[in-house]
Design a protein around this ligand. Structure first.
Ligand code: FE2
Ligand code: FE2
Length: 200
């Protein structure tokens, strides 16, 4: 069974179409969560760590643009925002708020952990999209470049190698994966399975 494309581009198998719709939905939820994380960190940083604010504002602008790009990519791929965006909304805000209260190292540990998880997901997706959806591939490539810049910025500032911050980074990675799973009702797992079935 083939999954038609409304703009007249080549039809792709229905299963691939569903995976592509999931990719857009998962990424849109993630970008929304990133917006909430950086927004909360900016609120705290304006009070306690004002030197972090300019970089966080730049990253927030990037995340807003990423979110808009993915939202615009949804209709053509028969995708919709996930049903429980509030998980990302409250979870992301709380994560940003609490890590910012820990200080600059908390902020950069959070950014490094989240961006590393995002980077891993994007690489998997790019592999899957190759030859299937070049337009979405281009969007994700442009987003990935900026996520790598966020990751580098955080890692360059992450000087603490204490057990507490290493553990914090691990916990945030796990929390990010869990939030992705919850916010998409397991779509991220089904997507990973689909990517695996594709030979990853
Ligand atoms: Fe982003
Ligand atoms: Fe980012």
């Amino acid at each position: 069974m083939l999954h038609g494309r409304i703009d007249g581009k080549a039809a792709i198998p229905a299963r691939d179409g569903r995976t592509i719709a999931r990719i857009v939905r998962v990424n849109h939820a993630g970008e929304f969560g990133a917006i909430r994380i950086y927004s909360a960190q900016i609120v705290v940083s304006r009070w306690f760590w004002p030197d972090c604010v300019p970089a966080l504002v730049d990253m927030l602008e990037d995340e807003r643009r990423h979110c808009d790009l993915l939202f615009d990519a949804m209709p053509e791929r028969k995708s919709r925002p996930c049903r429980v965006m509030r998980f990302w909304s409250y979870g992301g805000w709380l994560l940003g708020f609490l890590t910012a209260l820990l200080g600059r190292q908390g902020i950069w540990a959070c950014t490094a952990a989240v961006e590393a998880v995002v980077h891993r997901h994007l690489d998997d997706q790019l592999h899957f999209l190759k030859g299937r959806d070049p337009d979405l591939s281009d969007i994700i490539l442009s987003i990935r470049d900026e996520e790598i810049a966020h990751l580098r910025h955080a890692e360059e500032r992450l000087v603490s190698r204490s057990v507490a911050f290493v553990a914090l980074r691990g916990i945030i990675s796990l929390a990010t994966d869990t939030l992705i799973w919850l916010s998409t009702w397991g779509d991220s797992t089904r997507m990973a399975r689909a990517l695996e079935a594709d030979g990853r």
